[in-house]
Design a protein around this ligand. Structure first.
Ligand code: CTP
Ligand code: MG
Length: 396
């Protein structure tokens, strides 16, 4: 069994705002986006990233609702979630979240729930920049519009956009620096990077992502809706009391960028696999098997290019969403068996870890086996890897 250590990273998700520019009809975090709330989407992105304590900062009268949303998004990782009440300003809400961060945490990320579709790789970039020694890390996008300074409806000056960037979240900090900057803050800032910079610390930038845009106005919500448009079954599965079985396979060539991600875990030193997302053939075969069992089409139907939030995503994001789709269709996952055919990596030493990660994400037991193919075929020559999965689903 794998014992998970207390995480060294915490993500504070601020969701205590009132959302006046969106509609004024209730706190923004609980406004619907597709099948879920804005908060639930934001938390899905957080839980698809590296393991972390997750502190949700909610409006004081919605702490219970936020707890429910967080528990559903967390799945088996519910013990990593803390929910606290926010304050009158964003800064007061972050301060409340900071007060709930566990003592062992060394890196704190602060994320706007309103940036609900932020992909997991932005979290990973920010965390790794802090881990490599930066005090404060800000994801940014280049400014694309030509900018003007305007007064009384008249252009006063052109503004050179070359040295401007727009700031996003999650913003990451060394925990001691963020604590210090918050303790000494005397003015209000609109983000944490500004507060930390005012306290005299340098802020390093990394690439943000278009999908991390902040849902502020009704047209932002429309844009977000178009990215999460409801995914409908290809054909209604014939309902029966009997279990349903599905199979899935996936093949990827070795030679992809970066290190290998396979069976939901990273394999440092092993060659990566090509593919949309991280090329994790094991996760993709499982998704196909589970979707097929529930009559929900296949990975292309549910996670194709029209769902850009899954580009670059790891297994947990795909499997978590697959579980939601299956449950929405009226099934629960019984179990999954998946076999890898590849010369490398060697699974024996990490089988238990892979099974634990995959099972946690899917909410059902996943058994992983691996074999070589006696030097035959593309898996035998080491050109690529294949995965074959079988899944059972049961009516709810
Ligand atoms: N926020 C917060 N506590 C506050 C104000 C804002 O936790 N007192 C959070 C929001 O929930 C949001 C993020 O900070 O996730 C960014 O704020 P913004 O987009 O301005 O959200 P709202 O304040 O809710 O919206 P508005 O300004 O339109 O009222
Ligand atoms: Mg606001």
């Amino acid at each position: 069994m794998t014992i998970l250590a207390v995480p060294r990273v915490a993500v504070i998700v601020v969701a205590a705002g009132s959302g006046t520019r969106l509609s004024g009809a209730g706190p923004k975090a609980f406004v619907g986006l597709g099948e879920h709330s804005i908060l639930r989407h934001a938390l899905r992105g957080v839980f698809a990233g590296p393991p972390a304590q997750v502190v949700v900062v909610a409006p004081s009268d919605r702490v219970g609702d936020a707890r429910t949303e967080a528990d559903e998004a967390a799945g088996s990782r519910g013990d990593l979630v803390t929910v606290v009440a926010g304050g009158q300003t964003r800064q007061a809400s972050v301060a409340a979240g900071l007060g709930a961060v566990w003592p062992d945490v060394q890196t704190v990320l602060v994320h706007d729930a309103a940036r609900a579709l932020t992909p997991p790789d932005v979290f990973a970039r920010v965390i790794s920049a802090v881990a490599s020694g930066q005090d404060a890390v800000l994801p940014v996008l280049p400014v694309v519009d030509t900018l003007k300074r305007v007064a009384a409806q008249t252009v006063v000056a052109a503004v050179d956009r070359a040295d401007l960037a727009s700031a996003q979240t999650p913003q990451g900090f060394r925990r001691d620096i963020l604590d210090l900057a918050y303790r000494d803050a005397t003015a209000e800032f609109t983000d944490d990077a500004a507060l930390v910079q005012a306290a005299g610390f340098p802020v390093f930038t990394v690439a943000g992502d278009e999908r991390a845009f902040k849902i502020t106005t009704p047209s932002d919500l429309e844009r977000a809706e178009s990215l999460v448009s409801p995914i409908t079954p290809v054909h209604p599965a014939v309902r029966s009391a009997a279990p349903r079985v599905g199979m899935g396979t996936d093949v990827h060539a070795f030679g992809g960028a970066g290190t290998l991600w396979l069976a939901g875990v990273e394999w440092p030193g092993e060659r990566g696999l090509h593919g949309h997302s991280d090329g994790d053939a094991v996760a993709h075969a499982i998704v196909d098997a589970v979707l097929a069992a529930a009559g929900l089409g296949d990975i292309g139907t549910q996670f194709g290019t029209e769902h850009p939030e899954y580009a670059g995503a790891h297994a947990a994001a795909f499997l978590g969403r697959t579980r939601e789709l299956v449950e929405a269709a009226g099934y629960r996952i019984g179990n999954v068996s998946v076999q890898v055919q590849a010369n490398r990596p060697r699974f024996a030493a990490r089988r238990a870890e892979a099974e634990q990660v995959l099972s946690a994400a899917l909410g059902a037991p996943v058994a992983v086996s691996a074999t070589t193919t006696d030097g035959r075929g593309f898996t035998g020559t080491g050109d690529g890897g294949a995965a074959f999965a079988v899944a059972v689903v049961l009516p709810l």
